[in-house]
Design a protein around this ligand. Structure first.
Ligand code: ZN
Length: 300
């Protein structure tokens, strides 16, 4: 199944659900950043969470940034997800690896660290972005994002995130976010049923690996609650907005002396994009051109 996002509703609009398949984009991130197994799972879960969170925003330019800063060997995680279906991200230490945890699963919580902070920034494309910080609950990402949703958005939410990575790379990744709106939240029996079903869904990637589609997973969770699956399917991809010209723009900010130094010592400059690991090379001619532009800007 291609990477995609699908929405659904149930209980006459009292329940909203979003599902994401992010297998290919997580695999692309793994290859670009040469991620370890546990780093792949950590970044894949965080990118999937970003796509789920941004999906509730309205303006087309909307983006969500998630930064996870724990005390584990992975260092920090930063992702940037857009309502346009693009996402990018990186971890500080892509080769950090840990043995499986007590459940025999990738130890994402151990790699991220059990203590630290989760920062979520929602940017609608104008004005000040809205940001919020919560302490990490477990470092497993899913728990931490759920905690953020309850604390800062005060919407009862259930979130499942999963990444399965084997010797051949990522074979399944995705997640489901279910939110209970105020009018349905009063129905305690409904909320309890939903909670127990989501808790049982802890094996989300096995469902995907068994060939289950997002509509089938929605059917399983909400089929008897008046489920409506919306027909629009949004395609998702790993995508970074960096370009050679932007890299030159960043080099220009260093100023003439620094650029002159690079020409004389290194015969050019090399810059790597943090988000996508693309390497850009500027040769001496490119740098000379920047100096010409700087001078003309000073005179103009
Ligand atoms: Zn980039």
């Amino acid at each position: 199944m291609a990477d995609q996002l699908i929405r659904a509703a149930a209980a006459e609009g009292g329940i909203r659900a979003v599902g994401v398949v992010s297998t290919r984009l997580t695999e692309e991130a793994r290859q670009r950043h040469k991620l370890s197994y546990v780093a792949t799972a950590a970044l894949g879960r965080t990118m999937t969470a970003g796509l789920l969170l941004v999906s509730s925003m309205k303006r087309a330019e909307s983006r969500v940034n998630i930064r996870v800063k724990g005390n584990g060997p992975l260092g920090g995680i930063l992702i940037d997800a857009g309502l346009d279906g693009t996402v990018r991200g990186y971890v500080d230490n892509p080769d950090a690896e840990l043995p499986p945890n007590a459940k025999g699963k990738l130890d994402v919580g151990g790699a991220v660290g059990h203590e630290g902070y989760l920062y979520v920034v929602r940017d609608v494309g104008y004005g000040y972005p809205y940001s919020s910080t919560v302490e990490l609950v477990s470092g497993e990402i899913g728990d931490d994002i759920s905690h953020y949703l309850v604390r800062s958005e005060q919407t009862p939410s259930a979130l499942v995130l999963g990444v399965f990575v084997g010797a051949q790379g990522v074979t399944a990744a995705g997640g489901v976010l279910i939110q209970v709106m105020p009018k349905a939240a009063e129905d305690e029996a409904l909320v309890r049923t939903l909670e127990s079903r989501v808790a049982e869904l802890s094996g989300f990637t096995p469902l995907l690996r068994a060939g289950k589609t997002l509509p089938e997973i929605f059917e399983h969770l909400l089929g008897d609650m008046g489920l409506t699956i919306f027909p629009e399917t949004q395609m998702l991809q790993f995508s970074c907005g960096c370009t050679f010209d932007r890299m030159l723009g960043a080099l220009k900010l260093l100023g003439e002396d620094e650029l002159r130094d690079m020409i004389e010592k290194d015969d050019g400059a090399e810059a790597t994009c943090h988000f996508c690991n693309e390497v850009y090379h500027a040769d001496s001619n490119d740098l000379e051109q920047l100096i010409v532009e700087l001078r003309s800007e000073m005179n103009g």
